[in-house]
Structures are given as C-alpha cells and as structure tokens.
Design a protein around this ligand. Structure first.
Ligand SMILES: N[C@@H](CCC(=O)N[C@@H](CS)C(=O)NCC(=O)O)C(=O)O
Length: 227
C-alpha cells in the first residue's frame, strides 16, 4: 500500500473502542500508522477530525476521517475486500450480527459502566444486570445460529474480545466478575480461546499496566458519583 492508501489511526492504548479498530485492521492485514492520543490534552488533529464527539478512535484514510468504532469497522470491511470478512455477506445474517453488535455496544456496555461507578449492594445489582444481559446475548446468538466461537474474527468476536478480553484485569480492579463461566459457558469459552490468537495477543495491553490505569479510572468514576 503506497501513499495513495495512507491509513492513520488515532487511538489510546487502553480504549476498548480503539482496540476494536486495531483488531479489525490487523485481521485484514492492513498496514497503518498509529497515533497515541493523550485524552487529557487532545491533539489539534483529533479535534479537527472528530469535531462532534472529540473522541478516539478516528481512522484517517488518505486524509479523510471516519469516526465511531462501529462505523469504522464497517468502513474497513467495505473498503478492503481482503482477508476475512468482518460482517457476513448474507443480508439476513448481516442484520443479525448488527443487531447483537448494537446490543453489546449499547446495553451490555451501559451495564458494565454501572459496575465501575458503584460499590456494595449497588455494584452487586449492576453485576447481576451484566450477567443477565450476557445470558440474553448467549441465548440470542445460539438461537440465530451465529457462530460466535469460530476462529475468524468477525464483528461480534471483535466486540466480545474488546469488551471482555481483559476480564481478569477488570475483576482484579472491580472485585466482582463480569464474565462468568457458569453463567455463559459459550461466551466464556469463546473469549478465552480467542484471547489465545496471536493477533489478539499483539493488541492486548499488558495486564499490570492495564490494572494500574483501571485503578485510576475506578477512583475517578467513583469520585465523580460521590461528589
Ligand atoms: N461511541 C464511540 C465511543 C468512543 C469513546 O468513548 N472514546 C473515549 C475513549 S475510550 C474517548 O475518546 N473519550 C474522550 C472524551 O470523552 O473526551 C465509539 O464507538 O467510537
């Protein structure tokens, strides 16, 4: 890929949304330049490329920006017809994958965020909410015959991995489990086996570095709800 195909990703190393895009680019074998953003001091380029949300990730393809991780993943799939597909070809299957991707992106993540902002009984309630949504997800994926555990990294695998791949670090910081084998055996085995793929190991942040940062997030998230 030459200058006519210059790809730059603005992200941050611990962002699950940035990791979605990194994983998709790696799965497709697309070379890219990576710009690490400091979210406490966003670069003028990030503000220029994503003036509405001012968030990472932003993919810049030949100078043209694309924002919002799910939009970027579809853009990558449609632009580079190489490697494995992120979304299935069949329109009905695509619709099913998009439905569950939105469920993870909106409902599951919302409940996970509640765990970060609570303690004690409130946190237990939030954990049960996550576990319930995971059960719905597992049943839904089974009944729509979506191959969640295939070794190809499609959209749902990418979302599951980036949401729950670092579940051990989450548990260490939060003190409660977010991915429980007895609750959702299929999702648990899917995430743990995909975690072993070399391409996934490449983008995984080191456990101790992540735990240190998540501890800060946890303190800040908790502080902002008690102030
Ligand atoms: N819906 C967005 C979420 C992106 C997002 O929340 N990015 C965070 C980092 S994890 C961010 O840039 N936050 C900066 C801010 O809120 O100012 C996506 O899917 O790309």
């Amino acid at each position: 890929m030459g200058e006519e195909n210059k790809i730059i990703l603005h992200g941050t190393w611990a962002s699950l949304f940035s990791k979605r895009v990194e994983l998709a680019l790696k799965v497709k074998g697309i070379p890219y330049e990576y710009v690490e953003e400091d979210l406490s001091n966003k670069s003028p380029l990030l503000l220029k490329y994503n003036p509405i949300h001012k968030k990472v990730p932003v993919l810049v393809h030949n100078g043209k920006p694309v924002s919002e991780s799910l939009v970027i993943l579809e853009y990558i799939d449609e632009t580079w017809k190489i490697g494995s597909l992120i979304l299935p070809e069949d329109p009905h299957e695509r619709a099913g994958v998009r439905f569950w991707a939105n469920f993870i992106d909106q409902h599951v993540l919302l409940s996970v965020a509640k765990i970060w902002k609570s303690t004690g009984e409130e946190q237990e309630k939030a954990q049960e909410e996550v576990l319930e949504k995971m059960r719905i997800l597992e049943e839904g994926m089974k009944s729509t015959n979506l191959e969640i555990c295939a070794n190809d990294l499609g959209l749902l695998q990418i979302l599951l991995l980036t949401t729950f791949g670092s579940f051990k670090a989450y548990e260490e910081v939060l003190g409660v489990k977010v991915l429980v084998q007895e609750n959702t055996p299929l999702l648990y085995s899917c995430v743990t086996s995909l975690n072993e793929l070399p391409v996934v190991k490449e983008i995984c942040p080191p456990h101790d570095k992540l735990v240190a940062l998540l501890n800060i997030y946890r303190q800040n998230a908790f502080k902002s709800t008690t102030n």
